[in-house]
Ligand binder design. Structure first.
Ligand code: MSP
Length: 482
């Protein structure tokens, strides 16, 4: 293993027509936990998130709200920032695609691709789903409707510029096949490969009738297709200002240290566009591909699609009001293995809160602290070398499994107390009891350290209490909830 390494992780940038809900929170919390864990390992970490603010969908939402697109985006971007603050998300940058520097970089990229012959003018005819901001094929439709948005796509025919994505089909397949660009879990890799091998078409990268977007530098009548604009956030968000179009072709030489990303996290709805359009753009620009795209599943809420219009939503503030920040993060991550589809409900989360946090963890801490305070004047020597190695799991993004391992340790410790009847032992054999309590205290400290990326504030409290000169029982960290 090399010593100091870098870890650059991204989330998708979220459309501002929506308020952040539990689905967006899931991705962002997962990325935050990974970023915190890698920071804890002493790595150089950059964690990027942000908002996707151009395109027809956002313009329409602004119009409905009776606001200018810019004012609307300003307010909505603020909603996302607030939600992330509430969930204790420690991002290194929050990129907005309406940032002036981002827009300038998008134009520089397009000009370069145009100059290099990767872009040509043509005419598009096809079915467009505004919800997806994507062209769909007849195969994508279910009963004539977009399955994700339950709306019929519009037939569009317009003059447009195209990116020669087809030219990259073989190269993309090769790089993905050989894991130069890893796509995980492996089912997603296989899906992507069969899609690519089925034939990649050139894609339309501009819109004549969408005004809310970045104008093409070589044809001001057209704006940049929102996805092309959006992908570039992964570069502008780390300070890249685009290729130097005026000078020699030197995009690849331009100094930016964070790229390529170690992990690009997203749900399954957008892996196809990332692994084809985004990766194809990078190849055309002569830039490295990200090391890994990790694809998590989709959440339903009590068995139903999360949907604002169906009223089937959980907002981050509701979650935090009920469970607190740390427990909310824990409950999101322990609900489903990252990569699988999951279902959440208030009932399931409440049960899990009570059993894992109030009972298992809360009990261990209060029992151990109580016995130390009552019998040893708050002082025992914690054991070193408690074995709880979650590193191999964390490197593989197995956050759910890492929490499971931590939970097993806590469970074991509670059982140990019962087995040796510690409450009796403190009376019968003080020396033995002190040794057992030292071991248990060591477990609590290691558990606290492992939980830090998941539950930063709670872990800090646990560690401060366990390392105090005099241990006291204190207040319950996770009071029971109805
Ligand atoms: N703006 C594009 C992404 C551009 S990235 C260059 C977009 N935005 S989005 O607001 O629709 O966000 C989609 C992402 O939000 C998903 O990939 C996922 O990370 C997250 N989720 C939104 N709803 C979700 C669920 N119901 N379940 C799990 N994740 C969800 O697509």
């Amino acid at each position: 293993m090399s010593g100091m390494s870098k870890f650059y992780i991204t989330t998708p940038i979220y459309y501002v027509n929506d308020r952040p809900h539990i689905g967006h929170a899931y991705t962002t919390v997962a990325a935050d936990i990974l970023a915190r864990w890698h920071r804890q390992q002493g790595e150089d970490v950059f964690f990027l998130t942000g908002t996707d603010e151009h395109g027809a969908k956002v313009a329409e939402a602004a119009q409905k709200a009776g606001q200018s697109p810019k004012d609307f985006c300003d307010a909505k971007a603020q909603d996302f920032k607030q939600a992330w603050q509430l969930l204790n998300i420690q991002y290194d940058n929050f990129i907005r695609t309406t940032d002036q520097k981002h827009e300038a970089a998008v134009q520089a990229v397009l000009q370069q691709l145009f100059n290099d012959g990767h872009i040509y003018k043509g005419e598009y005819e096809g079915l467009y789903c505004q919800g997806c901001e994507q062209y769909l094929t007849a195969d994508d439709l279910v009963d004539g409707k977009c399955p994700d948005h339950q709306t019929a796509p519009q037939l569009m025919k317009e003059e447009s510029y195209f990116f020669k994505l087809s030219a990259w089909q073989k190269e993309l397949a090769k790089r993905i096949e050989g894991d130069e660009l890893k796509i995980e879990p492996v089912e997603r890799k296989n899906e992507v490969l069969s899609f690519i091998n089925g034939g990649l078409k050139d894609i339309s990268i501009s819109r004549k009738n969408v005004k809310w977007g970045v104008p093409l530098p070589f044809d001001k009548e057209q704006t940049t297709y929102v996805w092309i604009d959006a992908f570039l956030n992964y570069l502008t968000g780390i300070g890249w200002s685009g290729p130097d179009v005026a000078g020699p072709r030197d995009a690849a030489e331009q100094h930016f240290t964070w790229w390529p990303a170690e992990v690009q996290l997203m749900a399954k709805d957008i892996i196809r566009v990332h692994s084809t359009i985004w990766a194809g753009m990078l190849l055309a620009l002569g830039l490295p591909l990200p090391k890994k795209m990790f694809v998590h599943g989709f959440f339903t809420l009590a068995g139903q699609k999360i949907s604002k219009s169906l009223g089937n939503v959980i907002w981050p503030e509701e979650l935090v009001n009920k469970f607190g920040v740390d427990a909310s993060r824990y409950l999101l991550m322990s609900s489903t293995p990252l990569g699988q589809d999951g279902d959440i409900s208030w009932e399931k989360m409440t049960d899990k809160y009570n059993s894992d946090l109030a009972n298992t963890l809360g009990n261990l801490i209060s029992r151990v602290f109580n016995l130390i305070e009552a019998n040893f004047d708050g002082q025992v020597e914690p054991a070193d070398g408690v074995n709880l190695d979650i590193a191999p799991l964390m490197r593989e993004l197995k956050l759910y499994e890492a929490l499971q391992l931590i939970r097993e340790k806590i469970f074991w410790a509670n059982q140990y107390i019962d087995e040796i009847k510690l409450w009796q032992l403190v009376k019968d054999d003080k020396a033995q009891a002190a040794k057992a309590l030292g071991e248990l205290l060591g477990v609590i400290i290691v558990v606290g350290e492992r939980l830090e990326p998941f539950m930063p504030q709670a872990a800090e409290k646990i560690l401060a209490a366990a390392r105090a000169e005099k241990i006291v029982k204190g207040e319950a960290l996770f009071p029971k909830i109805k």
